[in-house]
Structure formats: C-alpha cells, structure tokens
Design a protein around this ligand. Structure first.
Ligand code: M6R
Length: 365
C-alpha cells in the first residue's frame, strides 16, 4: 500500500495533486460559473436567506475553517465565525435562525465536533458536514454535506485532508458568492484557477530535496515560531501543529504582526522563525516583521514565491513555491511545512505515522 513511500504521511503529502483534484471533480459548473454540490439538501431560497455561517471543528480541520472564513467572507460577503467544537458544544452563543453551520472533520468521528453539531441541529440550524469518511457518524447525522473524496488518510498528522478541506471551502465560497455578489467573470476566473491547482501542487512538491537540507540544519532546535499574515496566518498555525505533533518540538504559530505584542521575546539565535511570506497585499508589512526578527538574530526560514530576491536577502533559508492568487496560497504554502515537519521528525527518530499520545480520531471528549 505504501508503494515507493516510507511512511503514510509522506505518501499522503504526495497525493495532494490528486486529492485536490478529487475535491473539485464534477463540482465545477462552467456554464453558470459556479460550484455544484449533490448533498447540500437546501433549496436556493433557503440558501439565499443565510446571513451568517458558523464553521466548527478541531485541530487541523479548525485551521482549514480559518482559511475558509477569509475566503467565504471575501467572495460571498457572508460573516463567518470559526468555533472550536469543544467550546461551541458548551458555549451557547446567540445564533439567528439564518445561521448555517458546517462541521469540518476528516474522520467524521471526532467526539467534540459531533457534540457541537448535535447542539446546533437541535436548535434548528441547517447543519452540514464537510467530511472525508463516507458513512461516518457526522456524515450520517448531518442534514447534508460535502465529501472531500481525499481517500483514506492513515497518518495521524492530517495533511491531504487539510488541503481538500480548503478546496471544498473555496468551492463553497464560489457557490455562495454566485448566489450573491460574485460576478460571472469572477466566478469563471476562480474556476480556471482551481483547475490549475493540482499542477501547482506538483510543482510545489519539487521543493522536497531543499526541505531535506533545511531540516538537517535545524532539526536540533527546541523551539520554532511560525508566522504568516492574512490567508497564511492559519497556515502558520497549521505548520506549527504539524511540527509539534510529530517531532515533539515546541512550536507556536502567530499572525506575524502579533510578534511585537509578546512572542518576539522568544527570539534568539537558537529559535528559528518560519515565515510564510508569498506575495500578497501586505507583503511589505510581512517583510518588516522579518526584519524585526533578523535584528534580534533569529534564524529565518521563509516560504516565498519563486523569484523573490527580497526575501532571499533577509532569510537564512528560502523554500520557493509557485505564485498563485492569494486565496489559493494556503493550499500551496502548507505543503512545504508538512514536508518540513516530516523531515525533522524523521531526523529526530520519531514515529511519524503514529506519534505518541495521539490517535487518528479523537472519539472521546
Ligand atoms: O477527524 P477530524 O478532522 O475531526 O480531526 C480533528 C483533529 O483531531 C485532527 O485534525 C488533529 O488535529 C490532527 N492530528 C492534526 O494533524
């Protein structure tokens, strides 16, 4: 089953060109410049009335939700909140009858996500699932939903499920956008860009050897910071989680500009900062955040767009990724961070597929 790969995690990282394609296969409608889903089970009138979306999840799926929040708000102009399922299940926040809820989950068995979903359903909200495992508890109990079609994910560290969740949330943004404010040409552009993603991920995976070199340089560090802004802020959180769970290195993810409010005190010569800094609207701001870290002699690993010489001047090591539109960057920029965690964990002799203290699905509270 593993084929040429040493571990499931690596195999699943390399499956991403295909798993992303499977997430949008049959769901792109060129004639209407929108996305189509078979199982939402809501008619257009009901969907038109929705004025707020709550995304609930745990762990990596919660990070995917954060990416979804930015994309849905940008393209569909609907307010989105992302709630930890473990909090939402007990929190009872005010939610109007026009609020739609999505539970995001790879396994469909996460106890907190299931409980949060039941609570929202009981209150009468349309409660849908974005789920990978067909026939899982959450998939069965939801009012409807969207499957990822990513294929089985065996590695405890979630990789391909994350990029598939982001793909499905992008389709959702397109779909909800086209019911509202998104023009036909804008919808067409999104579709064309999505179709290019499998190739962009293939190109991104070519960074593997470079990542191996970087891992050899830094694998003994005891602390890492992961920093990004806007769409790449959740990517920073996800990169830090990947490193923590499989290499047991302490890592923290932050929006880069939050550094000056505390975490910059951690920066020293022994603490690498991983900057996720592809070109974006506030690229110069991220560059100045990098300068702040450099001034304090913190080693910098940067994930940047091909040909970015500015970043190369500031960073100790750069991993280049293809240039894509901002809202699609998380799919691309998360890949080198998955590989970095994997390579560092290997060098530290960790059990990459079955890290200590963790289970693939957390079916207890
Ligand atoms: O199956 P789910 O997506 O509901 O799982 C949620 C989390 O337990 C999961 O993403 C966890 O954080 C992963 N081990 C992260 O790699």
């Amino acid at each position: 089953e593993l084929g040429q790969f040493e571990h499931y995690m690596l195999k699943e990282i390399f499956e991403q060109p295909t798993s992303i394609e499977n997430a949008f296969r049959g769901r792109l409608d060129d004639d209407e410049a929108t996305a189509r889903f078979g199982g939402l089970n809501l008619d257009p009138q009901e969907l038109r009335r929705i004025d707020r979306i709550v995304l609930t999840a745990c762990g990596t799926s919660w990070h995917a939700g954060l990416v979804g929040e930015y994309i849905i708000e940008e393209f569909a102009r609907i307010p989105v909140e992302v709630e930890y399922a473990s909090e939402l299940r007990y929190r009872n926040p005010p939610m109007s009858e026009r609020t739609m809820v999505f539970a995001i989950t790879q396994s469909g068995e996460t106890a907190d996500t299931l409980a949060a979903m039941r609570e929202c359903k009981r209150k009468g909200h349309p409660t849908l699932a974005i789920c990978n495992v067909v026939g899982s508890s959450i998939a069965r109990e939801a009012d409807g939903g969207i499957y990822l079609h990513a294929g089985p994910e065996v590695g405890v560290a979630s990789t391909k499920a994350f990029t598939s969740q982001v793909t499905v949330l992008t389709l959702l943004a397109l779909f909800m956008g086209r019911i509202r404010h998104l023009s036909y040409p804008a919808g067409q552009r999104m579709i064309a860009n999505l179709r290019k993603m499998p190739d962009k991920i293939r190109q991104t995976l070519e960074c593997h050897n470079r990542v191996k070199e970087i891992a050899r340089k830094y694998y003994t560090a005891e602390n890492f910071l992961y920093l990004g802004r806007l769409h790449n802020f959740p990517v920073a959180l996800e990169g830090a989680l990947k490193l923590k769970e499989i290499s047991y290195i302490h890592a923290e993810g932050y929006p880069a500009a939050e550094m000056k409010h505390g975490p910059i005190a951690l920066v020293d010569e022994e603490t690498p900062s991983v900057f996720v800094v592809p070109r974006c609207q506030i690229y110069p701001k991220v560059i100045s955040n990098m300068e702040e870290v450099r001034a304090r002699r913190g080693p910098i690993i940067a994930i940047a767009c091909e040909g970015d010489d500015k970043v190369a001047e500031l960073a100790d090591d750069v991993i280049y990724v293809p240039d894509v539109d901002e809202y699609l960057q998380p799919m691309v920029t998360s890949v080198p961070l998955q590989l970095l965690a994997y390579e560092i964990a290997l060098l530290r002799g960790c059990n990459v597929d079955r890290p200590r203290n963790l289970a693939k699905s957390v079916t207890v509270e």
